[in-house]
Design a protein around this ligand. Structure first.
Ligand code: MN
Length: 426
């Protein structure tokens, strides 16, 4: 299905000045929760270096043609607004696009209104955008699964037998998902050193990032119903950057046989703007040919992958900064439609505001790997920072910075930065 979404028209221009390099041109219009010195938490839409205040816009009557109420926008989360579903959110985004269009004087000529509905991003604070009910983490990048399998098992049998038959996943912890800008406290836990019989307890020494993207769902179907790959798009609100922090030493000892637990649930970081799946439609691309052939419920038609360039940088306490990974969301073996179809095939329900994350996204060559585990190959190949220091894993005082951009010749559909700084343990 080719979607004709008005707000995606590449020729649209805004009456606001927006730099060519901005993550937030008029074709993006991502949703988030922000506050300022004078405004409590509310729904905003990023445009250039500003934020459009939807609660004010509604109060001034600019959204009267739509069915949203004040509680949808004067809210500390996006969930209530999202409750209106895909089509009404599409209408809302189209209406916002109309109001910001250079050819439309409706809002632009009302200086008093303009002053009320726009805030500078630099003068605003961003918050966790979604009240996340459930969080699921997939493991859907073949190169990542291959790298990890090669390191810990055998390069000749790197993928486990189920990997090419289903998007493997585990249930994560939603309570510890935090927004960009919040510090990560290095976790403590049990570790088992190779030459010791018994485990020790202490701060993790092998703290790592995982370069991921997450998608946020609309309300799904009731329990015992399934969502097909064909239907999946209608249940996906939008996407964010996602850092699934991992303590590799804790993970190694605890994960048998039930999988990740305390090595993961101390924190996961998400970027603050949710870029709608609608805004990303122009960046659809074909996925890999899946061999062996997948079971019928995982088959899909059309381009369901997305071309989104991803970067990871590490910045040390003294400001030394280096890009350590250039990857792309298109490297996923399993796409979101397959993940959602698999997640619900047993009748498991998804709710408005669930987070489904991709798993570490590693590209095919060195330089495109999405974790320090892979970049430093289990610590055997240390990374040189510009200040001469070395990194095998993440050190205290380091900031980890993700960026994501879908690009065409005229503009970028960006996600804004996801930055988190690692602090010593408590
Ligand atoms: Mn992960």
């Amino acid at each position: 299905m080719v979607k004709n979404i008005k707000a995606n028209n590449p020729s649209l221009k805004s009456w606001l000045e927006i730099s060519r390099e901005s993550d937030f041109p008029i074709q993006n219009l991502p949703f988030g929760i922000y506050s300022t010195k004078n405004k409590t938490k509310r729904v905003g839409v990023a445009i250039g270096d500003q934020i459009l205040d939807l609660s004010q816009l509604l109060e001034l009557g600019y959204l009267d043609s739509l069915s949203f109420c004040e509680h949808c926008f004067s809210n500390e989360y996006l969930n209530r607004m999202m409750g209106h579903g895909k089509l009404e959110i599409r209408d809302l985004r189209n209406r916002i696009s109309e109001l910001l269009n250079v050819e439309n004087p409706e809002l632009s000529q009302n200086i008093e209104a303009v002053n009320k509905v726009l805030d500078l991003q630099i003068e605003s604070e961003m918050h966790l955008p979604v009240k996340i009910g459930d969080y699921t983490d997939f493991y859907s990048s073949e190169q990542h699964a291959f790298n990890v399998g090669s390191m810990f098992r055998d390069p000749d049998n790197a993928l486990l037998p189920n990997w090419k038959h289903m998007p493997v996943a585990y249930h994560g912890r939603s309570s510890s998902i935090i927004p960009s800008g919040h510090d990560i406290i290095r976790p403590k836990g049990q570790q088992k050193l190779d030459d010791n019989e018994n485990p020790i307890f202490g701060a993790s020494k092998l703290l790592d990032f995982e370069l991921e993207m997450g998608f946020i769902t609309f309300k799904g179907k009731p329990l015992a119903n399934t969502i097909s790959t064909e239907e999946a798009d209608e249940f996906i609100f939008g996407m964010c950057l996602f850092n699934d922090w991992s303590a590799r030493d804790i993970q190694k000892w605890e994960y048998v046989p039930l999988g990740p637990f305390l090595a993961k649930n101390f924190a996961s970081s998400m970027s603050c703007w949710i870029v709608t799946l609608d805004a990303l439609e122009p960046f659809r691309t074909a996925g890999p040919v899946q061999k062996p052939k997948v079971l019928p419920y995982l088959e899909y038609s059309g381009n369901k992958h997305l071309d989104i360039e991803l970067t990871v940088a590490i910045q040390t306490e003294n400001g030394s900064k280096k890009v350590v990974a250039n990857s792309n969301y298109k490297h996923m073996y399993w796409n979101m439609n397959q993940q959602l179809a698999h997640h619900t095939v047993n009748g498991c329900n998804v709710n408005c505001g669930d987070m489904l994350a991709s798993g570490t996204i590693s590209g095919p060559e060195e330089g495109s790997f999405g974790s320090m585990l892979e970049i430093s190959w289990k610590g055997t190949k240390p990374l040189k920072m510009p200040d001469g220091s070395e990194r095998r894993f993440i050190q205290n005082g380091d900031s980890v910075i993700f960026n994501g951009r879908a690009k065409n010749k005229d503009f970028n559909i960006g996600f804004g930065e996801l930055i988190s700084k690692v602090l010593p343990p408590k």
